[in-house]
Design a protein around this ligand. Structure first.
Ligand SMILES: *Cc1c(COP(=O)(O)O)cnc(C)c1O
Length: 497
């Protein structure tokens, strides 16, 4: 059986389903699979459906789920909620391939994990015969919130509360969240940035006021600190590689680079798990926007948040504290919990930490960092449309530009898959400005205009927002976070369905 151990205390050991229920360990550490004993050769997933590949990979990683349980989770998640039977299509462009991860219900890559997480979680609760209501607390930089709300709304035995930064998310992202239906959901704006929201929910799991309000309720997380978020993201690295082999673009076993627009380091870490499982991954290119803390870390070994936080047109990557990097440090240090605890203490106390050379060498053997400024991001969107008539969102553009920069710097021209993480229509205003120089204040008029110019279909779930009622308007101060969460936990505990 796989063991999941806390990155800050090796003696805190749980199984996969227990890690999914808990989210974060009591000491604030992240549950990390101790070693990956399974091996899945890419030849084993050729010509399989997305669902079949998902079952194979998830069963290997979350090995305390029975075959029947995993089958039910996978088929419950990857169905007509996605607008293509492929779930994750691959589109060729001159620079390589775009892995389109935004064909789910909320038009962002978060849907891949958040359509299955509620199934994994309710199955886990069932296994333990738990009677408590699981209260999901989620911080979002824009996309996780809506995907988690859609995944968990009206799921019996659960309640979900989303915290998002009042300034920073796109107007469409905000409207998506504020119009969510369902009886077990709440959406709260925070006068702060994503890091403040994430810190709030991490703090809540050990805050005395919050703990005293938990009557019949236990807290979990739908952020990528949850193992149940991370593991489903391994699947598409395999399916896209299989597509390359099936189309004859690469021979089975040949190395491929993946370029990942990165915020909380969850998506790219899943790529690393894919490599450890047996996928021939050459380099994982960590693409950042102006908030390039990860680029600096990968280039210098020092992680420092002493820098200005800059809102960009790729808001889902406007993050200074990338939580999942902690898991990579844990793995690269040979599961040294003392080392990780010390680094995280330094981050909290001094706002920075430095990683010894030997550990950095292990990390940079696979990971490379490149960042893209706002002008280059805009130009990348413009040029790809102009030259190839392909429309991409700003996050994908950050990755595409980083890929070119990486190749120039290294001369490494291994075939590359660029992870395309959001529908361009989620960021209509900025995408339209990039391709046509038009500044349209009304999102829905802008969608129509973008459609007229590109011929790309507007996702029905985004078009429908126009006529939906705004349900949630509350905005809170950071200092009031623990009180607000405590009150919400009492409310959740009083609801019996
Ligand atoms: C969340 C998100 C990212 C960053 O993914 P991480 O797993 O946080 O690194 C990139 N692009 C989009 C569109 C996202 O929603």
């Amino acid at each position: 059986m796989n063991r999941y151990i806390s990155s800050r205390n090796r003696n805190d050991i749980v199984t996969a389903h227990q890690a999914i229920i808990k989210g974060l360990s009591n000491d604030g550490g992240l549950y990390t699979i101790e070693n990956i004993t399974a091996h899945i050769d890419p030849s084993e997933v050729l010509h399989l459906s997305y669902q079949q590949t998902a079952e194979k990979i998830l069963s290997a990683m979350l090995d305390d789920f029975t075959e029947d349980e995993m089958h039910a989770c996978v088929t419950g998640a990857y169905d007509e909620k996605f607008d293509t039977a492929e779930i994750v299509p691959l589109k060729q462009i001159q620079e390589g391939w775009l892995m389109e991860l935004w064909h789910g219900p909320t038009c962002a890559f978060k849907d891949i994990a958040l359509t299955i997480l509620p199934h994994l979680l309710t199955t886990s609760i069932h296994k333990d015969d738990k009677k408590e209501i699981i209260s999901i607390l989620t911080a979002t930089s824009g996309d996780t919130g809506k995907a988690a709300l859609e995944g968990f709304k009206n799921v019996p035995g659960t309640a979900i509360t989303v915290f998002y930064p009042e300034v920073g998310v796109s107007s469409i992202q905000k409207k998506q969240m504020a119009t969510t239906t369902g009886r077990n959901v709440d959406v709260i704006a925070v006068k702060g940035n994503f890091d403040d929201c994430q810190r709030m929910i991490k703090q809540a799991t050990s805050d005395p006021l919050v703990l005293s309000s938990l009557d019949g309720v236990s807290i979990s997380s739908a952020n990528s600190i949850n193992v149940g978020r991370l593991m489903p993201q391994i699947v598409y690295y395999y399916t896209s590689y299989a597509k390359l082999v099936e189309s004859g673009a690469v021979a089975c076993g040949d190395p491929v680079n993946f370029v990942v627009p990165t915020g909380n380091f969850g998506d790219i870490l899943a790529g690393y798990f894919a490599k450890l499982l047996g996928l021939p991954v050459n380099r994982l290119i960590c693409a950042s926007n102006t908030n390039n803390v990860l680029t600096d870390f990968l280039n210098t070994g020092t992680y420092s948040i002493h820098r200005t936080f800059t809102p960009t047109i790729s808001p889902s990557m406007d993050i200074l504290i990338s939580s999942n990097l902690e898991r990579l440090l844990f793995m690269a240090s040979g599961y040294d919990d003392d080392f990780v605890s010390e680094m995280m203490k330094n981050l909290q106390k001094k706002g920075s930490y430095s990683v010894p050379k030997e550990i950095m060498a292990k990390i940079t053997a696979t990971f490379a960092g490149c960042w893209t400024d706002e002008d280059t991001c805009r130009k990348t969107i413009h040029d790809l449309f102009e030259n190839e008539h392909v429309l991409i969102d700003p996050h994908t553009a950050v990755a595409l530009a980083a890929k070119k920069k990486y190749e120039q710097e290294t001369g490494d021209h291994t075939p590359s898959v660029i992870l395309s993480t959001a529908s361009p229509y989620k960021f209509t205003h900025d995408v339209l400005a990039c391709i046509a120089g038009e500044d349209m204040a009304d999102d829905f008029a802008a969608m129509e205009r973008l459609h007229a110019l590109s011929g790309v279909k507007i996702p029905p779930s985004l078009a429908a927002l126009k006529d939906m009622d705004v349900r949630f308007t509350r905005s809170i101060e950071i200092e009031d976070g623990m009180q607000v969460i405590a009150d919400r936990m009492k409310e959740v505990g009083n609801v019996h369905d």
